[in-house]
Design a protein around this ligand. Structure first.
Ligand SMILES: [Fe+2]
Length: 253
């Protein structure tokens, strides 16, 4: 091996891990992925955005960029599946930005919203101001009655599907899809897992929180219907993501 080749390999050896760390800590946490999932068999009747797990900790520029992207996509409505914050003090700045959503925004709380002991009153008002709603164990008809929107906060679920409508269920914990006896949905949306935040190529997530089960990220078939698990907008703990970009999911149904 000549000297220049040896020098190249030496540089590559230390550059690879430095690159991985730089990607995970600097690039990926704010490298928003826009993913489209088309479930409609024929013409698309409704188009909406799913976002989840914002975990706002004060990075207002990033959250403004996310919301601007939601508006740019011009969906019919948007769904949020929990974990707006980890600490109650970040609710007001988060809501100031969420109020800029230009379509009806429907949402449910996540475990961190509950644990933060945040007052849900202002959150309810902010979601209502968009024309949407902050829902806890409630359901409502939207899109001129075409969609039965069900919002699950606590088990056991007291929600009722309607075979004559598109049954869309919002929940925080993916694994709860296995714990909804008798409930048949056209689509369930969840967050919570963050996709693991760090995903080793081929192997996948090296850690997921409890109540994720086998449903760590993406589209799955479950006993309650098709479940989509979004890897989230923010991060839990350290601001690190690897092979697991933050995501806005556009659904066409
Ligand atoms: Fe979360």
């Amino acid at each position: 091996m000549n000297l220049s080749r040896r020098r190249f390999l030496w540089h590559a050896l230390w550059a690879a891990p430095v690159g991985v760390v730089a990607d995970a800590a600097v690039v990926e946490p704010h490298w928003l992925n826009i993913k489209t999932v088309t479930l409609a068999k024929g013409a698309v009747r409704h188009r909406f955005v799913h976002l989840t797990d914002i975990h706002h900790k004060g990075d207002e520029a990033y959250l403004r960029r996310v919301i601007a992207e939601v508006n740019r996509l011009k969906p019919d409505f948007a769904c949020f599946t929990g974990d707006l914050v980890e600490e109650a003090k970040f609710v007001p700045p988060a809501l100031e930005i969420l109020r800029e959503v230009q379509v009806p925004l429907y949402g449910i709380p996540g475990n961190h919203d509950h644990w933060s002991r945040a007052n849900f009153g202002p959150i309810r008002d902010a979601f209502a101001a968009t024309g949407g709603a902050w829902l806890q164990d409630r359901q409502m008809l939207i899109r001129d009655g075409a969609i039965n929107l069900m919002a699950l906060d606590r088990l056991p679920a007291r929600l009722v599907a309607d075979p004559a409508r598109f049954n869309l269920l919002l929940m925080h914990y993916p694994e709860w899809a296995d714990r909804l006896p008798g409930l048949s949905c056209d689509l369930l949306l969840a967050g919570h897992s963050h996709g693991g935040q760090v995903r080793v190529p081929v192997i996948g997530a090296i850690f997921t929180p409890s109540d994720t089960g086998a449903y760590d990220m993406g589209l799955f078939e479950t006993p309650a219907g098709p479940l989509y698990v979004n890897p989230g907008i923010g991060t839990l703990g350290y601001s690190i993501r690897f092979n697991c970009r933050p995501e806005l999911t556009v659904f066409e149904i």
